[in-house]
Design a protein around this ligand. Structure first.
Ligand SMILES: Cc1ncc(COP(=O)(O)O)c(C=O)c1O
Length: 408
């Protein structure tokens, strides 16, 4: 792990971790600094491992940092949803004992072959008979597979739709389900309700489509994988407790016509890592209600720019501010007009160039989306000990639990 930012002098100033954003802002970093909270990711992992009524696997795309993968493993996550051969190699290298599931429904045949023969991947998803044929060819007709047929379900309850690109309609799924059943030892059904699902009803409604598909095809199903979509908490988006999602999923699963020994899986991305990272940025210029900051749409703020996502913000200034909060928008550091985050981001009215801002909840689809466009690359990453700016898990996991790591 990057424990210190050598350029910031943190190694000299602190042994191990630092308390929070204020300690780093004192060093006046000229580049954005990523603040990592492994304790928050570990807590999220333990929450899912202990409370989800089945097997959680981490959707690596949300944040592929090897440090994070290690933290989740230590928190008890043993299964990982990978969507590209690069993710397969990354997780195989980082966590050689992990179980990988290749859950992208459209894969290169070469990727399937490498995943199967080199990395021991046995679970693949698909949504057409053509993809099934690819998997059969690439694995030389292997039977020791779990093939998960992806159903199309509604994204109506989610903030980011995943309803268009993948998935076979329940009414048309029978031929795919029957062919997959015959091709492999184990058959699964998976779906994705869209990211940041704001109500458990998203899952119960999707489970009704699973039921319809099973009844229509008359197949025995060994795995039901409810995918990702579990929410985190952001300004203006406060979901019900995750336990309510788990209870609804459990109840729906129990009533499905699946084999007695059928397994329930899920693929959380956002919910496991949103709290893992925040960002400390500097205001380089103020123009009225617009703040020019040193990270943006091509950095960790892709969602803030492109889907209008709002993230929590805090002024980090010695002595704070007595001014009332007002609404600001942000411009990022590149020369591109599109490098704009509309917000509104609530910050004290006297904020000025030279001030620092902590932007929270960027562990999922924030750090992972960063590019080096226009020469503005990532600054350093520092581990901090304080709580994330918002949390769905705070106070939920006080009891120590077992992990995958055995201390001798
Ligand atoms: C197949 C699959 N599983 C899981 C996820 C993770 O979703 P989320 O971050 O909403 O939990 C995604 C996200 O795109 C996905 O495509």
């Amino acid at each position: 792990m990057h424990e210190h930012h050598s350029a910031l002098g943190l190694a000299a100033a602190h042994s191990g971790t630092v308390s929070g954003a204020a300690a780093i802002a004192k060093l006046r970093p000229a580049q954005p600094v990523t603040l990592l909270r492994p304790h928050a990711a570990r807590r999220a992992a333990r929450f899912f491992v202990e409370k989800f009524p089945g097997k959680p696997m981490y959707a690596v795309k949300a944040n592929p940092s090897p440090d994070l993968l290690q933290v989740l493993w230590e928190g008890g996550v043993t299964h990982f949803d990978v969507a590209s051969i690069a993710e397969v190699r990354l997780v195989a290298r980082t966590l050689p004992e992990a179980t990988l599931c290749f859950m992208h429904p459209v894969k290169a045949e070469e990727a399937i072959a490498e995943a199967y023969f080199t990395h021991g991947v046995r679970t693949f998803s698909l949504d057409t008979v053509e993809e099934l044929e690819k998997i059969v060819r690439a694995t030389h007709g292997a039977r020791d597979l779990t093939l998960c047929v992806r159903l199309r379900v509604s994204s109506d309850h989610s903030k980011l739709s995943l309803a268009s690109k993948f998935g076979v309609e329940a009414a048309e799924a029978a031929p795919v389900l029957m062919a997959a059943r015959q091709a492999a030892d184990a058959l699964g059904i998976c779906f994705h309700v869209g990211s940041q699902a704001m109500t458990p009803a998203a899952y119960t409604q999707a489970m009704e489509r699973v039921r319809a598909a099973i009844v229509e095809a008359g197949v025995t199903v060994d795995v039901v994988d409810v995918g990702g979509g579990f929410p985190s908490v952001y300004p203006g988006m406060e979901p019900p407790p995750l336990e309510a999602y788990f209870a609804a999923i459990h109840e729906a699963f129990e009533s499905l016509p699946v084999s007695y020994s059928a397994e329930l899986w899920c693929e959380p991305g956002r919910a496991l890592c949103a709290e893992y990272a925040s960002l400390l940025v500097r205001v380089e210029k103020r123009r009225g209600e617009e703040l020019y900051i040193n990270d943006g749409a091509y950095g960790a703020l892709f969602d803030a720019a492109h889907v209008g996502w709002r993230f929590p913000t805090d002024l980090i200034r010695d002595g704070g501010s007595d001014a009332k909060d007002m609404a600001f928008s942000f411009y990022g550091p590149t020369c591109d007009d599109m490098d704009r985050m509309a917000g509104p981001f609530m910050l004290p009215a006297d904020i000025a160039a030279g001030d620092y801002i902590e932007i929270g909840m960027l562990g999922a689809y924030g750090c992972a989306m960063r590019t080096g466009f226009n020469g503005f690359t990532a600054g350093e990453a520092v581990i901090v000990e304080d709580e994330p700016m918002a949390s769905l898990y705070r106070g939920t996991m006080e009891q120590p639990v077992s992990s995958n790591v055995i201390t001798l």
